[in-house]
Design a protein around this ligand. Structure first.
Ligand SMILES: *Cc1c(COP(=O)(O)O)cnc(C)c1O
Length: 386
């Protein structure tokens, strides 16, 4: 179905931060399959884990115990301070699990029609519940009736939240950084304030770390920058480095809401996907990639600020780790095609923001090449479109 406005290129293989098309042309990849291939392409650890596991057992179903799933849950919980995990196959499904946890928590508190606070500019997925939670009218248009029970608030505005006094609210669902929404960062104090408010009001703090999780932000999870632990956290994108896997982690009372029969997934957490995710975590730790993402993020952000300084069309360079946005003063979707032509993969989101999501294994030289090449493209674009 024509659901995507695709670029006219297909890649045959990749290596590290590079992709190759059928003509042998190579592309520096600053998209990583939309924040998925954080270890780059054809990483030997992922390849080995997948090949070995495919030769042993790909799937057995959740009718039985799955040792690799239990191991992955334990690893993720140890890293995040959460108590347990539910596995699925995508970010939207991970958020569906979070939403179901919040609904059950509402019932548990005797609230018949519990409500979840969600943010303007947010993105939580394309299923009916998650597109209803999403704060972008374009995503919702034409899909009425939307799923109810979501209350929308301005992102990053703690005072507006604190002023709410709806007794049916049971949870907040929020991204630590809004990726699809244009790489929007709240004040550093925001998550801590949300955490305190949630404790005071007995709301669940549910963080959508589908894009920010697994090292991209410069910490394993973006909320660790704020020194807090959420009640619920959704993960997906980089968790399997390209093998579809999502996870919803929970702690405390939230971890007790989904009991036998209350949720499920045929493929969720199967041995193949879990083997990939375990290899991803091993590699993130072994190669200290979250720390590397923090370093590279500074190098890129500072490099772009210097390169683009004094260009009047550049509004702001911002980001957290390797989730970087360059906001221009005009729509800039055309930059994607111009860069592609020149062998460079970048993304544009929220109409005016060039979004960079390079792999965490990028070298310093590749980072500098990205600054040099994209800097020239943005400069030329701004002068031509003026
Ligand atoms: C990509 C994304 C999703 C949706 O994930 P899918 O795997 O496409 O369902 C949800 N939330 C955030 C923050 C995302 O970036």
């Amino acid at each position: 179905m024509p659901t995507y406005a695709r670029q006219p290129v297909t890649f045959t293989h990749g290596e590290g931060a590079w992709l190759f098309d059928a003509e042998g042309k190579r592309y520096l990849d600053a998209v990583s399959g939309v924040a998925v291939c954080s270890l780059g392409h054809a990483h030997p650890a992922v390849r080995k884990a997948l090949c070995d596991q495919a030769g042993r057992l790909i799937h057995s179903s959740n009718l039985y115990r799955i040792a690799l799933q239990e191991e992955l849950a334990a690893r993720l919980c140890r890293l995040s301070g959460m108590d347990n995990a539910f596995f699925c196959n995508s970010g939207a499904e991970a958020n569906e699990a979070a939403i179901k946890i919040a609904r059950r928590y509402g019932q548990h508190r005797g609230i018949a029609e519990p409500k979840i606070i969600v943010m303007e500019g947010s993105f939580h997925g394309r299923t009916l519940a998650t597109l209803s939670a999403t704060g972008n009218p374009k995503v919702q248009e034409g899909f009425a009736p939307l799923v109810g029970g979501f209350l929308r608030q301005p992102y990053g505005d703690f005072e507006a939240l604190a002023a709410m006094d709806d007794p049916e609210v049971v949870a907040i669902l929020v991204e630590p950084v809004q990726g699809e929404g244009g790489v929007r960062l709240p004040a550093p104090s925001y998550l801590g304030q949300l955490k305190a408010l949630c404790e005071q009001r007995r709301w669940l703090l549910m963080l959508d770390e589908v894009q920010t999780g697994m090292g991209r932000s410069g910490r394993m999870f973006a909320h660790q920058h704020a020194g807090i632990t959420p009640d619920v956290m959704s993960l997906a994108k980089a968790l399997g480095n390209g093998v579809p896997i999502g996870a919803c982690l929970a702690r405390g009372i939230a971890a007790e809401m989904l009991t036998p029969g209350k949720h499920g997934s045929t493929f969720g957490g199967n041995p193949l996907a879990c083997a990939a995710a375990l290899a991803v975590i091993d590699t993130l730790e072994l190669e200290a990639l979250p720390e590397r993402a923090a370093q590279l993020g500074c190098r890129l952000a500072e490099g772009f600020r210097t390169r683009l300084a004094n260009l009047p069309g550049v509004r702001q360079v911002r980001g957290l780790g390797l989730l970087i946005g360059i906001e221009l003063d005009r729509p800039c979707g055309e930059i994607v095609g111009i860069a592609l032509e020149q062998g460079l993969l970048v993304n544009v989101t929220a109409d005016k923001t060039v979004r960079l999501l390079p792999p965490l294994i990028l070298t310093d030289a590749e980072a500098d090449e990205l600054i040099y090449r994209l800097g020239a493209i943005i400069e030329a674009y701004l002068s031509s479109a003026r």
